[in-house]
Design a protein around this ligand. Structure first.
Ligand code: SAM
Length: 240
């Protein structure tokens, strides 16, 4: 883990996390685009680009569905988005109705720790900014690997702390001070989601440690790349 000044423990109790996302769902997309200066769109494009050839894709912790839509746009794949927050899924379903033919991308309520799908039914599994919120990271990774067919792959897009000390300082300043204030003003949620965000990111495993965890959770090969100056990483886990 990174040695960063995050003394607060991060409470990832599933009921709390679900309530937090239910509460911020009406303003989640706006805040994502605003706080990342719209670069979240590029990050998802980059992650979706790793899915060449996949026909059936499961997007775990799909939220308001932006990665699911991007996968559909790039590859025309059959995409299912699963999330345990009904309110986030309602936003996703509304966007799907406005943008796509019926059934092009489907959303279902479900827990990342108990995915409601049989073993080996997906060519690919994705998760963007989601697995960090799951109380049992290894359990979530094992579920993703379970629902993948042999030869399938999982793509994980997640924040990391930049290794470069100058960049990291700037990032922590932004994440620790600017982001919570703006987030609080706009989200107006009872749970402080934009304080939870920097706290959970600063305690998230480094990319090399996440790779090891993936290898211990059912993936046979794992590669990753740091993107956008190392503020995010994209891991690709193969199930051979
Ligand atoms: C930061 S949002 C990411 C949403 C979307 N993937 C994106 O790129 O914008 C995290 C999502 O993970 C979901 N989530 C967290 N833990 C979960 C779990 N155990 N099972 C299902 N969904 C979960 C939350 O409800 C939330 O919608």
């Amino acid at each position: 883990m990174h040695a960063v000044p995050a003394s607060r423990p991060v409470d990832k109790a599933p009921a709390r996390v679900r309530r937090m996302f239910d509460q911020i769902s009406p303003r989640y997309d706006l805040l994502n685009h605003l706080l990342s200066l719209n670069s979240d769109v590029l990050w998802r494009q980059r992650a979706a680009a790793k899915l060449a050839g996949a026909r059936r894709v499961l997007d775990v912790c799909s939220g308001t569905g932006d990665l699911a839509f991007e996968i559909r746009r790039q590859w025309g794949a059959e995409v299912v988005g699963v999330d345990f927050s009904l309110r986030m899924l309602e936003v996703a379903a509304l966007k799907a109705r406005r943008r796509l033919p019926a059934g092009a991308v489907r959303f279902q309520q479900g827990d990342a720790l108990l995915l409601p799908y049989r073993d080996g039914v997906f060519d690919a599994c994705t998760v963007a900014f989601g697995i960090r919120n799951v109380v049992d990271t290894g359990g979530g990774l094992r579920e993703m690997s379970r629902v993948l067919r042999r030869g399938g792959r999982a793509v994980i897009l997640e924040f990391t702390l930049p290794e470069n000390s100058l960049l990291r300082r700037g990032y922590l300043l932004y994440f620790g001070h600017v982001l919570p204030r703006v987030g609080r003003m706009i989200a107006r949620a009872e749970i402080d989601a934009y304080r939870y965000l920097p706290d959970s990111v600063s305690r998230w495993p480094r990319p090399e440690d996440l790779k090891s965890l993936m290898l211990a959770s059912g993936f046979t090969r794992v590669d990753y790349e740091l993107v956008f100056g190392g503020v995010a990483a994209i891991h690709v886990g193969h199930k051979d």
